[in-house]
Design a protein around this ligand. Structure first.
Ligand code: AMP
Length: 235
């Protein structure tokens, strides 16, 4: 079977910077990034059947059912643009999801996943999440601190607070993450698992990820070649 690309998994609590790193990696490596949170928010915005089913869970900072998100992710990974690999931000969030992904990948042409765990102290997260604003038009997120503009620099829309970035939902999301995380880390440890300090500058973290992937920092490079090198590191 002709092997397809790798799935790069970004683990880490809400606010650790997974979305930012996913965007940067996506441009450096030329593969798509998938955010399960953003896919679900899009379903809510369009009032689809899935959106209506999950909106109250998202607003409360609770996880949606494993079966539902697993189906959403599997369908997305089967799209042709993921054939050369993709970056997954926000999945798996439970050990059951990790086991599902493993089975799915084993039955597919994808190479084994490579996991980056963006670890960070809860106090830093609460500060980051409370000052996070999202553009309702392009869905980019920004930190709005010290009187910075509340308008999106890309399309001028007024930035909004995500409903799940309200203090009660933030606390719940961090609790939910802590409940599930150790099992997921145990699942991936010793097989392509890298822990990174997410309080470090964004650029430095990206460089570490690219270096771990065997790519020259900041250059898109050939995706297959650096990843083959990465695998030798784990052998
Ligand atoms: P995020 O943008 O990744 O913080 O996700 C926002 C919300 O979407 C989460 O608080 C959950 O309600 C839901 N969600 C995203 N990914 C998953 C997942 N893998 N499993 C269950 N719920 C998820």
């Amino acid at each position: 079977m002709q092997r397809q690309g790798h799935i790069i998994i970004l683990l880490g609590p809400p606010g650790a910077g997974k979305g930012t790193q996913a965007d940067r990696l996506s441009s450096s490596l030329g593969i798509p990034s998938i955010s399960t949170g953003e896919m679900l928010r899009q379903e809510c915005r369009s009032n689809s059947a899935i959106g209506l089913q999950v909106k109250s869970l998202l607003d409360a900072g609770q996880l949606v059912k494993d079966e539902l998100i697993q189906e959403v992710v599997a369908l997305r990974l089967m799209q042709p643009d993921c054939a050369q690999g993709c970056i997954v931000d926000g999945f798996p969030r439970t050990a059951a999801q990790a086991r599902f992904l493993d089975k799915f990948l084993a039955g597919s042409a994808f190479c084994p996943p490579i996991v980056f765990d963006l670890a960070i102290e809860p106090e830093i997260l609460i500060h980051r999440l409370s000052s996070r604003r999202q553009c309702p038009t392009c869905a980019r997120t920004f930190q709005v601190v010290n009187g910075a503009s509340n308008r999106c620099p890309h399309d001028e829309a007024e930035l909004v607070v995500r409903s799940d970035d309200q203090p009660a939902a933030i606390r719940r999301r961090l609790e939910v993450y802590a409940e599930n995380t150790s099992e997921i880390v145990r699942f991936y440890q010793n097989r392509g698992y890298h822990k990174l300090d997410a309080s470090q500058p964004v650029e430095l973290i990206s460089q570490k990820v690219l270096r771990a992937l065997g790519a020259a920092a900041g250059s898109p490079g050939d995706f297959a070649r650096p990843l083959a090198a990465t695998h030798q590191l784990y052998a």
